[in-house]
Design a protein around this ligand. Structure first.
Ligand SMILES: *Cc1c(COP(=O)(O)O)cnc(C)c1O
Length: 391
């Protein structure tokens, strides 16, 4: 057998030759010691237009203070899984507050959204059950199909008609349908009303992963279900993450009493992993209160989104059809996205180039994200830099 490094190097060369090589930049700090809209990278301040801290809560003083206070009381690590000794008062209170936020009987915390999605789908879809997913679903929902052993079938993006055909043409005892609420790379909202109607008619269970909708979308920040007026009868399983609009870390699944009790018995990514640090749960409680009460953050975001879209369209840029903070400029080949990203970086604007396999072949892009803590001036700078880079 060939030596490990020689084999890996061969693959690495191929990745590099295809312009798909990934590297990391290191955040050195925050120049304004404040909002997080600007970060120091390579010794220079750069405006961050590619994070997921949509409401600007990750560095909020109240959220930080909650983390520190709880760390003084509970320490750092939770010390065990939830079912052993890791479930603290802070976790429990956060679960109750998350359930109240999304108006469902129960919520269950997970360490990451990736693990919550593995849990939801592998607990509900047994080996051989049909698992229908939108073609543009987040990787964690697709990976969950391998863990569950379900029969994965993918339907055309955001097409309830394609889902209907798929279910009509398939024999199944049990079918689970999973979709992003807000699609992570395009920013569009799933047609939940239509999908829920198909699921009702075809007797399938609908799972919505609203990682990018919760806190942001809907007048009260209840996410894509609020936006499309769907409740628990329509979408029995709701997955949310805490590392995006809520600015902290972790995830949850919300639904009925029976769903949550079933997950506690059966979800392997719940049972066999250490509980989140209690201080992170405490910080999330503070962030959730801010996301709930400070609706000016959502209004501010909407203003910035409108300003950005009208400015970008004036520049002749083609944007995806999105009213959310995710605004994508699709450029095509990976090299074009890399070059555009580098040109913006040289102008103090940080937007990572998103390439396959994160997005389909031929749709490499700049995935621009806005945050309530971006200033008007920063958005104008972004537009000016895009105008120069486009030339
Ligand atoms: C980020 C994301 C996840 C994963 O959540 P983590 O907490 O980062 O693991 C899941 N689903 C979608 C749609 C996401 O964008």
């Amino acid at each position: 057998m060939a030596a490990l490094d020689a084999v890996l190097r061969n693959t690495l060369e191929k990745i590099r030759a295809a312009d798909l090589y990934r590297t990391r930049r290191t955040v050195e700090g925050f120049p304004d010691a404040g909002s997080g809209a600007e970060v120091v990278v390579d010794g220079e301040p750069r405006v961050n237009f590619c994070g997921n801290d949509y409401l600007g809560l990750s560095r909020h003083p109240v959220v930080r203070a909650a983390l520190i206070d709880a760390a003084q009381k509970f320490g750092v690590g939770s010390g065990a899984s939830h079912l052993v000794t890791g479930h603290s008062h802070e976790h429990h209170a956060l679960e109750e507050e998350l359930a109240a936020f999304v108006a469902r009987p129960r919520a269950l915390l997970f360490s990451t959204g990736y693990m919550a999605n593995l849990a939801a789908l592998s607990a509900l879809a047994r080996p051989g059950d049909l698992l229908a997913e939108d073609k543009l679903n987040h990787a964690s929902l697709l990976d969950a199909s391998f863990v569950s052993g379900g029969r994965l079938k993918r339907y055309t993006h955001a097409s309830s008609a394609a889902l209907d055909r798929l279910l009509a043409d398939s024999a199944y005892e049990r079918a689970v349908v999973a979709t992003d609420g807000v699609f992570s790379m395009d920013g569009d909202i799933a047609p939940l009303r239509e999908l829920a109607e198909v699921c009702r008619r075809r007797q399938a269970w609908l799972v919505v992963d609203d990682a990018h909708g919760l806190g942001v979308v809907g007048a009260r920040g209840r996410g894509s279900l609020e936006e499309t007026a769907q409740g628990m009868d329509d979408v029995p399983v709701l997955v949310g993450t805490l590392g995006k609009a809520f600015g902290t870390f972790g995830a949850f699944i919300a639904g009925s009493e029976d769903l949550i009790e079933f997950l506690i018995q059966r979800a392997r990514t719940y049972i066999f992993t250490t509980a989140l640090p209690p201080a992170v749960a405490a910080a999330t409680r503070a962030a959730l209160r801010l996301a709930d009460t400070e609706s000016w953050r959502r209004e501010r975001l909407r203003m910035l989104i409108e300003r950005f879209r009208s400015g970008a369209l004036q520049l002749g840029l083609t944007l995806t059809d999105s009213r959310t903070p995710i605004q994508a400029v699709v450029l095509g080949e990976p090299r074009r996205a890399l070059d555009a990203s580098a040109a913006l970086y040289a102008r103090g604007i940080w937007i990572a180039a998103i390439r396959p396999p994160t997005v389909p072949q031929g749709t490499s892009r700049l995935r621009i994200t806005l945050s309530a803590v971006h200033s008007d001036e920063q958005v104008e700078r972004l537009l000016a830099a895009l105008a120069e880079a486009a030339r």
